[in-house]
Design a protein. Sequence first.
Length: 742
Amino acid sequence: MKRPDPAVTVAPARRDPAPGGPDPFAAARAAYWKPEARPSPGRHAAAPDLFGELVRAEYRPDDAPTGGPGAATAGDLVLAGLRRRVRAGGTPSPETCVRLLADGDHTRAAVFDAWPESVRRHGTERATAAVRRGLDGSCRPHLVAPLLDLAAAESLVPLARRELLRLAHAPERAVRHAAWRLLAAYDGSVPLRVSGATPGPRPADAYERLLHEALRTPGPPAAPEGSAELRPGTLVAQSMLLGHLERPGEGLSGGLGVLLGALGDALARTGGVAGVLTLVTACVPELEADPVLLRRRDPRHWVLRLPVDSPRPVRPDELGRHREALAWWATRLLGSLGRPVDVLHVRYADDGSLALAEAARRAGAALVFTAAPDPHRQMTERHAAPGTDADALRYDLHRVFVADRLVDRADRVVGIAGPGGGAGELLHHFPQLAGGAGTAPDAPPEGIPPYRAPADGGRRVDSLLAAVRARLGATAGPGRPDPPAVLLTVGRLHPVKQQDVLVRAWAESGAFRESVLVCVGGSPSGADRVERAMRARMERAAAGVPGAAERLLLLPALANADVRTLERRLADPANGFRARYVCPSAKEEFGLAVLEAMEAGLLVAAPLRGGVPHYLDDGRNGLLIDTSSTRTLGEGLRRLLRVDDGAAVAMGRGAQGLVRSTYSSDAMARALARHYTAVAPRTRTSRRPAAPSRAGTVRRPVAPEGRSRTAGEATSPPVPDGPSAVGSTARGACPRTASSRG
């Protein structure tokens, strides 16, 4: 019998309205960068609530109320004014920067971002005096470490060495560590003894041991194991500061780890690239278990761990507390590699990426930033309604500011392909990118590596499939001519991934009567509080509908090779499964897990919002579903289950062919390598061309720190085969290296 045309048999999904609709937040940002347009902010932005007040204060100060009670605090308005000034190219004085350190984490982040330019404009003497006054006897204890960090950031000397050594013995860890870093800035290294005193007390743990070791190691750096493999070309660093590179699906570890691991390997094989460093973080327990900071993962691809003084893996909202320490570690370790890094690529709009942007400035490396309209596209939806969470609004405004600063600092901005195949949506949410040409940034295609079977031949997957068959047996019964379907979803357990909404939609819509739901993700230890809360909500949702719990299978995160093998086994008709893949996320900027399921040949249902519609054509190679509520997601699941097997096979094959031909890590590497080559600094004494700001001022090139290079090195650097010298601020050997793969 002729197979039905999927485009005819599958009802189309409802799509979101195109960008550019009524959005008060986007309108306010457009008016800020294009004041001649002055679009009305809309009724929500004009409403007397916290969202409206903060948006007007930050982007439309002429419309902001000048007095009277309001939801915004005085600190909110001061911070909004500071952000507005920094965005416009203005610079607060050193005295203002010191004074504002007491105004909270988000204000402190803006101060640290403005500080280098403040020192450059007002001079080191004035900046040093401001920090010195801040450190006088009236200084509040919790401000000592940030003040020391301000000094260390620009190599200022606000205290006599004896005074600083007293702080280096302080009982507070943050003060002690900041004092050690500042001592390193005094002369580039810390002698073991100065007037009978050591830099601090005996190290208490692995983090302090590594910090002491880094400070005690003067002289030229040691080249990392395998550096003789480096080819002429661009040395690239890329960052993944949240989660674990090799453990996707646990905690904050998601598809980005799989992407960057494969991308780094592919970049290292790409012409014009000398080698790749992938920067990750390591908390104190992880450093205790493994103090090695640099390991070779693949030929010409290393993983460099940045130590973080945290008792657990750091979370996004905690990165600001470690910002200057991360910048210090990144600058020092990148300077210990035997040759300068040419390009540093950051992807998340968070304080960790700003720390690395600062490290790139200090090291003289070019900066590439992948911008995404998150949380921009949902600001109005999340926060304009009455009763918004004030802290969540403040955090999202902070993330928007961080993204703006990364755009301003970057030598090149790239996007993630969205609906229509380009990064046009970025111009709607980042109007400063339009410039005079109004052309959207390039959006290099993301991709996945070729499938490689697990080393054990898939024995773990065999046991998982047995568990799935057992659940299917529980759903079988008389009067059901078709076998139940298997609905698979893979991802870290996190609210944005919405596995709890999926389980609730699956149970309440009645889809559980026709299917078994298999959810893969989360650490097997259950130590992460976010994962525990998500798993509890999933279990409650299933328990609330009689008969659903026995059809739900919750599995911990699997190795990527196991996930892809599981998907292949489920997609293979010879194994007797009627399998579908569903991605319930609120949005996916691209959706690497979706691509992997498509590459396996599964019929996929994925969110309308985000970048998935760029490659998933609804009704032809998959389904686009509305994941914004339990009701709409339930409707999407019912639609997915109604697709007959012939149409499912046809769509799965179409999806598989598209991914294999277009979305590979090798193609992504080639596209990014062209961007890296274009922005790699020609010399270490001429960082970048000046860029105009909104206010018409010019962002002047910053004289970099570190070893100067000749122009010839930009295109054909020598292959390092041993130690070489770098500048004093980056001096010091990488504390620990190993050549074993890990």
